[in-house]
Design a protein around this ligand. Structure first.
Ligand SMILES: [Fe+2]
Length: 182
């Protein structure tokens, strides 16, 4: 499956523009992380772009979100390692815990996009390019700020050898030029 087909498929299932932005941000972050690790940018990008394809049809139900998406994407011919990472990005529905580099990168990368968007909204110009890494890290420590963003998922960056500060820098770099609605 190429990137354009993947995006068309995503748009068949996800309508909310903010969710589409979340998927596009996750894609950019995953491509950046693939580059960092010399992994396959196309595959990692697909994992980011498609990981929430079932979010509207499952209403993000913790028991099925990720597994319904896996089935849709399996039928569409998405590679198995990408399917596994998508299945495991929701730890509440996956029968198997995250264990590969791609699994942890997706969990950490898609989750931090929410923290970055929330932090950008606090800035007067609401631009990701204005956001400082230190301000994302500071807000991560405030549990009431963007309370639904799972900090422990972001911290999985350290399971794949990237310290939090470097991870935040990489993810901001991935998003700084993107024109996303959030
Ligand atoms: Fe997501």
């Amino acid at each position: 499956m190429n990137r354009d087909n993947a995006f068309e498929l995503l748009k068949n299932y996800v309508i909310n523009p903010k969710l589409i932005s979340h998927c596009l941000a996750s894609e950019l972050i995953m491509r950046k992380l693939a580059e960092y690790f010399s992994e396959d940018k196309e595959e990692w990008g697909l994992a980011g772009l498609l990981h929430d394809i079932d979010v509207e049809i499952t209403n993000a139900d913790p028991k099925t979100h990720g597994q319904v998406g896996r089935k849709i994407l399996s039928d569409a011919g998405v590679p198995e390692k990408v399917l596994e990472a998508i299945s495991r990005h929701n730890e509440d529905s996956s029968p198997i815990p995250r264990n590969t580099r791609l699994d942890h990168a997706l969990a950490a990368g898609e989750t931090i996009s929410g923290m970055i968007f929330a932090t950008a909204l606090v800035y007067p110009d609401k631009k990701i390019s204005s956001v400082k890494p230190s301000s994302v890290i500071k807000r991560m420590k405030d549990k009431r700020f963007a309370a639904s963003v799972k900090r422990e998922n972001i911290m999985e960056c350290e399971k794949i050898g990237i310290q939090l500060q470097e991870f935040v820098i990489l993810c901001l770099e991935a998003l700084k030029d993107a024109d996303l609605e959030f």
